[in-house]
Design a binder for this molecule. Structure first.
Ligand SMILES: [Zn+2]
Ligand SMILES: [Zn+2]
Length: 231
């Protein structure tokens, strides 16, 4: 059995990480991806019951669209930040502001299409707003609070240096890794600084391919140079 799978559910990479007592899943994809989820699992010789925990990095519709159905199939608890859990419980569709021209355009289209993005509300059993170790799920990793894309964004940092960061960084096109959307743009840099300090080596974003922490390091160094240059 492999230790790591990426399930592409709509536009979102959902990751399955193996612990010694089963898998944990990061995020639950776009709307109406429950059947795709089941067939991707089957292709890998897995069953929904093999998943022991679903971690939601944040409450945007492309990460929780199929959460209700996937949770029912897995019969496992869901972990989220309390701020995001409230949104998931209410079934509130949140469209974040863009951080560039493209993001702003997509965000305004999203605002008009909100009713089409409605998802089934879900109760999250495990609420986490600070560092949280996953020992009880036999997984060598911890949850970190990494606000910026949303106020309640979480990341999973594994002891092996793999970091599953949701939308804290994008890798759409191999160019900028700065998120196309963010509620708290300035916080992105401090959360990048945190995962760097805590030992992240490989970044697994929800959108785009994995990349090295060096790209985050270079961005932070550039920011520092600009800050000193302006002083
Ligand atoms: Zn998002
Ligand atoms: Zn997303």
């Amino acid at each position: 059995m492999n230790d790591l799978f990426c399930l592409r559910l709509g536009v979102t990479n959902c990751y399955l990480i193996k612990g010694s007592r089963g898998y944990i899943m990061i995020d639950a994809g776009s709307l109406r991806k429950e059947k795709l989820f089941q067939s991707l699992l089957m292709q890998r010789g897995l069953y929904p019951q093999d998943i022991k925990l679903i971690i939601i990095t944040h409450a945007h519709y492309d990460h929780i669209g199929s959460l209700a159905g996937i949770k029912r199939a897995c019969g496992c608890p869901v972990l989220a930040h309390p701020l995001e859990a409230a949104i998931i419980r209410e079934g509130e569709v949140v469209i974040p502001p863009g951080t560039n021209i493209l993001g702003t355009a997509v965000s305004s289209i999203g605002q008009r299409a909100k009713s089409m993005l409605a998802f089934e509300p879900v109760d999250c059993e495990i609420l986490c707003d600070k560092e949280y170790h996953l020992d009880e799920f036999a997984v060598k990793g911890r949850i970190l609070s990494t606000p910026g894309h949303t106020s309640g964004s979480l990341s999973l940092l594994m002891d092996n240096g793999n970091a599953y960061v949701g939308d804290l960084a994008f890798n759409w096109n191999g160019l900028s890794i700065y998120p196309t959307f963010a509620e708290m743009p300035a916080e992105i840099y401090s959360s990048w600084g945190l995962i760097l300090k805590e030992g992240a080596e490989n970044i697994f974003p929800a959108h785009g391919r994995p990349f090295s922490i060096n790209r985050i390091k270079q961005n932070l160094e550039k920011l520092n140079r600009l800050a000193y240059g302006m002083a």
